[in-house]
Design a protein. Structure first.
Length: 278
């Protein structure tokens, strides 16, 4: 009996040792597998980081505008052009601008193709044929690209009447957008405000550039007429003042002459002098 019990307990002990050794083996194998996976992940991190940098850098290079083209006739729109001369954004600044932008398919085109598509648009062509005014402003901080774009647009519009091209620094654009205007209209708005401070940005937002230019001309003419009238009045006052001076001098000379000849010059001299002053 004692031998049988001892053999049974020895068997149980052997099974426990087998379990422990099995656990140790599995743990060792599993831990080693985890380490290998961690090492693989660690090797992938720099590659993923480089990939993200390339993606984000490419986005910045392609989709961030370096030059803007403000086109105003009413509609008013602005094209954002990237460093590769491609149109990456189209913004409208009034209801007519929204309609024009919706009718165009110019995103990701070369800016010269986009401008040409706008110039040949049926509505724009009709406005220009009706003697409307178009202004095209190239806005940017990269002088080389801005100069090239401006030169190209001037060539594109050389056959168009009442079309004016010019350049502006990009720092000026934020003020225009804060007022809800494209830069072209904002520049005209500043001219109008100098002539009539009561005019607001909302007043001109839906005006055509022809209407704005005519209003500027009208206010400038009124201002010049008022200035001319004021200058004429001042000139007349100066002439009258000079005449009085001549009259006073003549009165004094006459008084003195009569006084010398009649013996009571002081009285006559003062009398003539005061009379002429009145």
């Amino acid at each position: 009996m004692n031998d049988r019990l001892k053999n049974a307990f020895d068997k149980i002990q052997a099974e426990e040792q087998l379990k422990d050794s099995t656990k140790a083996f599995i743990y060792k194998k599993t831990r080693g597998y985890t380490r290998r996976k961690t090492a693989v992940y660690r090797r992938l991190i720099p590659a993923v980081a480089c990939f993200l940098v390339i993606i984000l850098g490419g986005y910045w290079l392609y989709f961030i505008p370096t030059v803007e083209i403000s086109i105003d006739i009413n509609p008013s729109i602005e094209l954002g052009v990237n460093r590769f001369d491609k149109v990456v954004s189209v913004a409208s600044y009034n209801s007519d601008g929204q309609e024009l932008a919706a009718s165009l398919d110019i995103k990701y085109l070369d800016y010269s193709e986009a401008v040409n598509q706008i110039l040949t648009n049926e509505n724009i062509s009709e406005l220009l044929s009706n003697d409307e005014v178009m202004t095209i402003c190239v806005i940017g901080s990269d002088d080389e690209q801005s100069d090239r774009v401006l030169s190209e647009i001037e060539s594109c519009t050389s056959e168009e009447s009442n079309t004016y091209c010019y350049y502006a620094d990009s720092d000026e654009v934020s003020h225009a957008h804060e007022n809800g205007l494209s830069y072209g209209k904002y520049r005209a708005y500043l001219e109008l405000q100098a002539l009539d401070p009561t005019i607001t940005a909302e007043d001109i937002q839906n005006m055509t550039m022809r209407e704005i230019h005519d209003l500027i001309h009208s206010l400038s003419s009124d201002s010049n007429s008022a200035a001319d009238s004021e200058n004429d009045s001042e000139h007349e006052q100066i002439e009258n003042g000079t005449g009085n001076m001549h009259g006073q001098s003549q009165a004094q000379d006459n008084g003195q002459w009569q006084g010398n000849n009649h013996g009571n010059g002081q009285g006559q001299g003062h009398g003539n002098g005061h009379g002429n002053r009145q």
